[in-house]
Design a protein around this ligand. Structure first.
Ligand code: GLN
Length: 552
């Protein structure tokens, strides 16, 4: 293999300059072991020791970002403050830690190749052959260091997507391997998340898949420093010793990660096994005595032992997929914590509401939430569910498309605008109550061109929105193309709709609500992205509070 034009010297300097230490989190055996939650939880326990952390994810797919992917392919698209469409694991990072997540926090193979190939076309590498090593791996390393420098963090946690052994993630793993050479043994820590399956017929848990997976990592040149063992059964001392021996890992660094009752318990599970100490000793960092007491009291205890219960129907079209509405489900849990209640989420397929009507499917719901989405499929079911919430006076929260559907429902059924619709679903509707702004009509490329990221919103006093937020200027994240059509504002207002939130610069409707209803509020933005377990989003918190009232 030829190494052309490689300068390790300058890389080493950059490490010293940024002073950051790095933790790489890889996954083995199978996917879906919860690497995102592992990374977020490690971030949390390190933060609890008084350290500043940053988190990022490397995704092996060739898309530049997940923005154009179907939720069935990818799950939720998480939007950052600065308007990047990213992997849903970044949502976990923001919910668990105080780290600032930006567009630099999600690196994909697509972005890396895009950058290198653009440079090659410009002629920046004239005379050279462009290769995976060093050009692609250097680009990956630069992007990791960029997060270190923009965040000013002491520790950067880098989650490597995919499973060790995949062809696609090899350049990322190679870059992770080089990091230890570039930055030094004491500045880089490798965590490997693995599965210890329980074999029913044998009545035993098995370590072989883990041995093989660590073996594959070693072939790449990475010796993990800690293993997070996902398991149904406890790891005995013997099993720990065996894993440690076969995988060349200290016994104390074999961490048992049994399925927890709540994801918010995971940091405590790691903490109790001393993972924070193991990492910080290796990285030679000074640390304070830890503080997770308020997390335990105000988050974990509340989730595990709630006083009340409330059923909330989420009426969407990606219901069968656990990950499609991740942040919404989490925001509901947070709102439950704030109200000392367990939120039981009834996932209702909007196409079923279309076919069977709302009465049967929504009968048990004390609150109805309609999430965001794209395309016409399932829309009429969402509109019927909203009609049911409005007329039966059940608390309702509409998010993005949910707000657009609430507008359509009100226009059709209260304002008698027959066939009112969004131009997304019917270009020739007589009453386009939701439509495109001129700037969106000009858009040719679909990737990264929606109204994205954080925008300011002015809240009208004496509204439900104001009662929830308790302030008149708020910032919320957006991801949509279509907008409320201001031509219909007067008419809808006359019929009782309140426009309680406006984006002042362009006079765009951001929040709608109904006065004569216990709680009917819908927003053009995505409040779910800003909710945290110990700081429930005000709109979700009030939604659950009102749902509980209905129940009582
Ligand atoms: N499809 C709608 C739009 O583009 C809503 C998008 C969403 O719910 N995120 O405006």
């Amino acid at each position: 293999m030829a190494f052309r034009g490689r300068s390790i010297g300058s890389k080493r300097l950059l490490c010293i300059y940024t002073m950051a230490k790095y933790i790489f989190i890889t996954g083995g055996v199978i996917s879906s072991l919860g690497k995102g939650i592992t990374s977020a939880s490690i971030g949390k326990i390190l933060e609890s020791r008084g350290l500043k952390v940053a988190l990022m994810k490397l995704d092996p797919y060739i898309n530049v970002d997940p923005g154009t992917m179907n939720p069935y392919q990818h799950g939720e698209v998480y939007v950052t403050e600065d308007g990047a469409e990213t992997d849903l694991d970044l949502g976990h990072y923001e919910r668990f830690t105080n780290a600032r997540i930006t567009r630099f926090s999600n690196v994909t193979t697509g972005q890396v190749y895009n950058a290198v190939i653009s440079r090659e076309r410009r002629g920046d590498y004239l005379g050279k052959t462009i290769q995976v090593i060093p050009h692609i791996t250097n680009e990956i390393k630069e992007r990791i260091k960029k997060v270190a420098s923009v965040s000013g963090a002491q520790i950067v946690l880098v989650e490597v997507g995919g499973t060790v052994g995949d062809i696609e993630s090899l350049p990322f793993l190679e870059a992770a391997r080089q990091f230890r050479m570039d930055c030094g043994q004491e500045n880089v820590f490798y965590v490997h998340v693995t599965l210890i399956p329980f074999i029913k017929v044998a009545g035993e848990i098995k370590t072989k898949p883990t041995q093989h997976s660590v073996g594959t990592l070693r072939e790449i040149g990475i010796q993990p420093d800690a293993l997070i063992c996902r398991t149904e059964k406890p790891l005995s001392a013997d099993i720990r010793a065996k894993i440690a021996l076969f995988c060349s890992i200290k016994e104390e660094a074999v961490i048992e990660a049994r399925d927890a009752e709540s994801i918010y318990e995971v940091p405590l599970v790691y903490k109790n096994q001393g993972l924070d100490r193991i990492i910080l000793r290796h990285l030679n960092l000074k640390f304070k005595s830890y503080d997770l007491a308020s997390w335990r009291k105000n988050v974990v205890d509340k989730v595990v032992n709630p006083r009340y219960k409330v059923n909330i129907a989420v009426v969407g079209k990606y219901i069968e997929l656990q990950d499609a509405y991740k942040s919404i489900y989490e925001a509901l849990v947070h709102a439950g914590i704030a109200n000392d209640a367990k939120v039981i989420i009834d996932k209702v397929d909007s196409e079923d509401v279309e076919k069977e009507g709302p009465d049967k499917l929504l009968r048990n719901a004390s609150g109805i939430l309609v999430p965001g989405g794209f395309g016409y499929r399932g829309i009429e079911g969402k509109i019927r569910a909203i009609n049911y919430a409005r007329t039966s006076r059940i608390p309702f929260l509409g998010l993005c498309l949910g707000m657009q559907c609430a507008t359509i429902e009100f226009a059709r059924n209260v304002c008698s605008l027959k066939g009112a619709n969004s131009t997304e679903f019917n270009k020739r509707t007589l009453h386009p109550v939701i439509s495109l702004l001129e700037e969106q009509r000009q858009v040719k490329n679909l990737g990264g061109t929606m109204r994205l990221g954080s925008y300011i919103c002015r809240i009208k006093k004496k509204t439900r929105a104001f009662a929830a937020y308790k302030k008149s200027m708020i910032w919320e994240r957006h991801r949509h193309r279509y907008e409320f059509n201001n031509k219909y504002r007067k008419l809808l207002e006359k019929k009782g709709m309140v426009f309680s939130g406006i984006y002042p610069k362009q006079n765009l409707v951001e929040i709608i609500e109904l006065k004569e209803h216990p709680y009917f509020i819908a927003v053009q933005f995505h409040p779910e992205f800003k909710s945290k377990p110990d700081r429930a989003h005000p709109l979700f918190r009030e939604f659950i509070r009102n749902a509980l009232k209905i129940k009582k």
